[in-house]
Design a protein around this ligand. Structure first.
Ligand SMILES: O=C(O)/C=C/C(=O)CC(=O)C(=O)O
Ligand code: MG
Length: 218
């Protein structure tokens, strides 16, 4: 099946987008957070997906929209309570994603002890690349991720530096959520997150391989 057909499958299935936060110590530190002892999870609705060719929209009232480049893991088969050594059998492939974050909304929510739903789950908060078949990424812990804004480098990191690796994350998540075909797990962002404004062009990629480009609009 063509890669694009796989993409429409996982988007059309419209299951869950499970996100991991603070999974790179340099990023946890840059925002003044402690290193987590267990994976920190939150969800985005599938209405947050946006594909290349459509813009990222700044949510109403947001004055600090941040980019976060992340490796996404696409689930191919239903599983629950899976051990780390078995969980990769349920992975169909990967994708690149931006966990767009209304940082001002998030800061306010953090102060009040409120959930991050508005900060992380608004429409267009999950720009996503085309599907990357599993065979193209033999080792998900050896991927270089980068992100630039208007051609200026902002983020560059290696998935080697994840605090919790992909099998550990998926196994942990599957202890609490049934993972289903089409679910996407965003594995956290390396350091270098920062603001974007109307008219900016965000590009992201995996070294020497897939790239994606999104324009920011009001
Ligand atoms: O706690 C914060 O201030 C911010 C945390 C995040 O936005 C977490 C992530 O989404 C991430 O690390 O990728
Ligand atoms: Mg993130």
């Amino acid at each position: 099946m063509a890669a694009s057909a796989h993409l429409s499958r996982f988007v059309d299935f419209g299951r869950k987008i499970i996100c991991v936060g603070r999974n790179y110590s340099e990023h946890a530190i840059e925002l003044g957070n402690a290193i987590p002892e267990r994976p920190l999870l939150f969800l985005k609705p599938t209405s947050s997906y946006v594909e290349e060719g459509s813009p990222i929209k700044i949510p109403f009232g947001c004055s600090s929209l941040h980019h976060e480049i992340e490796l996404g893991v696409v689930i191919k088969s239903k599983c629950f309570g899976i051990k780390p050594e078995d969980v990769m059998n349920h992975v169909g492939g990967f994708c690149l994603a931006l966990d767009m974050t209304a940082r001002d909304f998030q800061d306010e929510a953090k102060k009040k002890g409120h959930p991050w739903t508005l900060a992380k789950g608004f429409d267009t908060s999950c720009p996503i690349s085309s599907f990357i078949p599993r065979e193209k990424i033999m080792d998900p812990q050896n991927i270089e991720l980068w992100c630039s804004v208007n051609g200026v480098a902002r983020q560059r990191g290696s998935t080697k530096d994840m605090i919790f690796d992909v099998p550990t994350l998926l196994s942990y998540i599957s202890t609490y959520f049934t993972l289903e075909p089409g679910d996407v797990v965003l594995t956290g962002t390396p350091s270098g997150v920062g603001p974007v404004n109307v008219g900016d062009v965000i590009e992201g990629g995996i070294t020497n391989d897939l790239t994606m480009k999104f324009m920011v609009e009001k």
